[in-house]
Design a protein around this ligand. Sequence first.
Ligand code: AMP
Ligand code: TRP
Length: 347
Amino acid sequence: MSEPVQTPQTFPTRIFSGIQPSGGLTLGNYLGALKRFVQKQDEGIETIYCLVDMHAITTWQDPIKLRQQTREAAAGFIAAGIDPTRSILFNQSQVSAHAELGWIFNCVARMGWMSRMTQFKDKAGKNSENVSLGLYAYPALMAADILAYKATHVPVGEDQKQHIELTRDIALKFNNDYKENFFPITEPVIEGAATRVMSLRDGTKKMSKSDPSDQSRINLTDDADTIAKKFRKAKTDAEPLPDSLEGLKDRPDARNLINIYAALADMTPEAVITEYAGAQFGTFKPALADLAVAKLSPITTKMSHLMQDPAEIDRILGEGASRADAIARPILDQVYDIVGMIRSRQV
Ligand code: AMP
Ligand code: TRP
């Protein structure tokens, strides 16, 4: 019997992506993910966006804070331009297909594949005997998030590339094991000037909501003064800016600020360096701070306004979950049939 052939036209373009509500949203989330989620929606593509609360609990989350952060992230999505009538916006735990397909993928993925995941190695560190089993299985649940919708494209930051490759491996193995061209081989969409926004304290480390130093990141909830102060204090060197990107090769902190400026201004990093060639950081940093405040403060304001009505946010998430479930449930039912499960319960 010949191998199943992937025919991309079988799978209509559908975008899925997720963000963990394990802390506040950062500028990294905004530029690497959220801003591009909005662009995809506005291009008229079918877009499904998920607050992955089940991924969040792979590390300890205080229940009250988790609920609060999930609402805040939802408010951040809407404030940044996600329209819950044009995109589907929901929290993962309200659609049980994620957990169910996640289990099936735990049985498809190989231990060796999981052991190579760098995010697990980074997060577990020397403590790997003592982290949750869920943290190890995390990428299989992520594959389930994506494939429960047969999503063809996933916009993410650079750090998620390996997880999307694992999703492709899981889809391929499932298709081959069961001799069905059932799941698409999903493409990561990693584009723009800020696919990896770095810490403001260390240009070689990713900006992260879990960094112990609040100075290392811009939070979407920071006010204008805080944003300006954080950029003013951002780590840089004493040299003026060069006239080409080549000159930033060994200056990761400076390069990071140029990338952030470019992404916020919708310019290329080349255009930014041309504009600021020879400038001191004393000039560039305030310009960057002004730009960041101009772009982020309307979002911050809208976010805090939305947060005043948590019941409305919950309503939006519930409605999104019903729409998501209507897509994922029939796909999951087919998976159960393919795998050989009896489905005889009357519903
Ligand atoms: P997380 O906050 O880890 O759930 O990430 C959610 C999304 O934001 C993913 O697509 C990440 O790749 C993206 N992201 C997180 N941090 C950064 C960063 N520092 N730079 C660019 N993208 C990021
Ligand atoms: N693993 C992603 C992160 O930490 C979050 C995530 C979970 C995700 N499921 C997803 C991203 C599905 C894209 C698609 O950033």
